[in-house]
Ligand binder design. Structure first.
Ligand SMILES: Nc1ncnc2c1ncn2[C@@H]1O[C@H](COP(=O)(O)OP(=O)(O)O)[C@@H](O)[C@H]1O
Ligand SMILES: [Mg+2]
Length: 163
């Protein structure tokens, strides 16, 4: 099993989610694939928005790609592909959404990654967001799952949170 829990983090607020997303943003490089897991309303788009804004260094508009399925953002080092695949009918349809190019040269942020079936590359990082039953409205648990390489790359981040 190559995908295992690397660390988890309880965040008390949207602002705390945004800080964590910013730290992830700083680790990204071309070819990275980030699957964003969690049910409707968990905060996948909110996480992606904070990540994109951190890279943009300004509060740019980052809408949910609910209808377009894909929205892209050009940065100096890479193009960021933000997918919401909820409405994808077959995994093959993703190839009409530049998924090859995204995987090879871009950074991919993918909401509803299960829609890709076998086409979701094994080397992705899964960031899963869940609400806490009985906790406050903005409380979330954010779990990171990935291979040994991701574990290595996330060491600084996870170390900070384990402390
Ligand atoms: N800690 C948090 N992290 C992420 N989103 C949060 C948090 N607290 C509250 N929210 C709110 O929850 C909602 C999540 O919606 P969204 O990101 O669109 O969910 P999803 O994309 O998972 O369906 C947003 O209104 C967001 O402001
Ligand atoms: Mg969403």
């Amino acid at each position: 099993m190559t995908h295992s829990l690397i660390f988890d983090r309880r965040v008390p607020s949207l602002a705390a989610t945004a800080i964590l997303a910013g730290e992830v943003a700083d680790l990204l490089r071309p070819g990275d694939i980030i699957a964003l897991g969690g049910t409707l309303g968990a905060g996948k788009t909110a996480f992606a928005r904070a990540l994109v804004r951190h890279l943009a260094q300004e509060e740019i508009d980052v809408p949910s790609p609910t209808y377009n399925l894909l929205l892209t953002y050009d940065f100096d080092d890479f193009c960021l592909y933000h997918y919401d695949l909820y409405r994808l009918e077959t995994p093959e349809e993703a190839f009409e959404l530049d998924i090859d190019e995204a995987f090879d040269t871009g950074v991919s942020l993918i909401e509803w990654p299960d829609r890709l079936g076998k086409y979701l590359p094994a080397g992705h990082l899964l960031i899963e967001i869940t609400s806490e039953e009985g906790a406050s409205e903005e409380a979330r648990i954010i779990r990171f799952y990935g291979n040994a390489s991701w574990k290595q790359r996330l060491t600084a981040l996870s170390g900070a949170y384990d402390a």
